[in-house]
Design a protein around this ligand. Structure first.
Ligand code: MN
Length: 285
């Protein structure tokens, strides 16, 4: 199943280039904020699966994907974790000293998410920002100290994540948490459609130029190990997202660029880049 948010905060089931509105399956109070319905749906996926599949088979025509505006499927996840230096080739191009095994995982602010068609806001006129395309793991069940063997039982599905990054010496959580620095989309594909998340083609483009083209089989830590490790540090909850690291080919993005990420079985989405509100980097001493 492909689960989307569209036209503001509507829950959708995507199939065959159509979206069927399934918002009635969960009722989240409006004041719970963006994406609350998706978080509830993910937490109850096992019990609602039958009803959702019934909708997919129903004669309800749905709307064409081109007629709706997709939003990020997870506009305000409980938390966003990310694995640094999880591809040897990216580590080599960055001349980085540590790998994920030495560095562990880091947090990105959950206020940094944008969805398809929105724009990354470059914060500074005098600092570079890079794009990083990554496989995103979406948690489906509360997970605390789970083993690598059982880790995938706690996963709801997968999505495409861009881990946008200010270059420099600050901690990763600072450099990667600016508003708009975590585009997530185009929807969540449930894990039953992704039998092997550790072997998917991942590609990113800046404008029409292919910049990253790798397979997730190149990850140093695979999906199960990342989930097991993360859950050994903190409890994971439905809708939490873990970005699994980026392969080689990251590059600087500029005002007016378009960045696209596509992962096999998960779809493709694009965002813009703007320097409209950029200012010289302030000095805090
Ligand atoms: Mn990254």
């Amino acid at each position: 199943m492909r689960l989307a948010l569209f036209d503001g905060d509507r829950l959708g089931l995507v199939a065959d280039e159509k979206v069927v509105d399934i918002s009635d399956l969960v009722s989240a109070p409006a004041e719970a904020g963006p994406g609350a319905a998706m978080l509830m749906l993910l937490g109850r996926l096992d019990s609602l699966k039958g009803q959702i599949e019934q909708r997919a088979k129903s004669s309800e025509p749905g709307m064409s994907l081109s007629e709706v505006k997709l939003a990020s499927p997870l506009p305000r996840p409980g938390k966003i974790l990310a694995a640094p230096m999880n591809y040897a080739a990216h580590r080599a191009e960055q001349k980085a000293s540590g790998s994920v095994a030495e560095l562990g995982v880091f947090l990105k602010a959950n206020s940094s998410v944008i969805g398809p068609g929105e724009s990354i806001q470059l914060p500074y006129t005098d600092r570079d920002v890079d794009q990083e395309g990554e496989l995103g793991i979406v948690i489906g069940r509360e997970a605390k100290r789970v083993s690598e063997e059982e880790a995938l039982d706690y996963v709801a599905g997968y999505t495409c994540v861009m881990d946008i990054t200010l270059k420099g010496q600050e901690l990763r959580s600072t450099r990667k948490s600016f508003d708009t620095f975590t585009p997530i989309g185009p929807w969540i594909t449930t894990k039953d459609e992704v039998p092997n998340p550790d072997d998917l083609q991942l590609r990113t483009w800046v404008n029409s130029e292919l910049k990253q083209d790798a397979r997730t089989s190149e990850m140093i830590w695979g999906v199960a190990k990342i989930v097991a490790f993360a859950s050994s540090v903190m409890t994971l909850y439905p809708g939490d997202v873990i970005a699994t690291g980026t392969p080689a080919g990251t590059c600087t993005i500029k005002d007016g660029d378009t960045v696209a990420c596509e992962i096999e079985k998960l779809g493709r989405f694009e965002v813009g880049v703007t320097a409209r509100d950029a200012v010289p980097a302030p000095r805090y001493e």
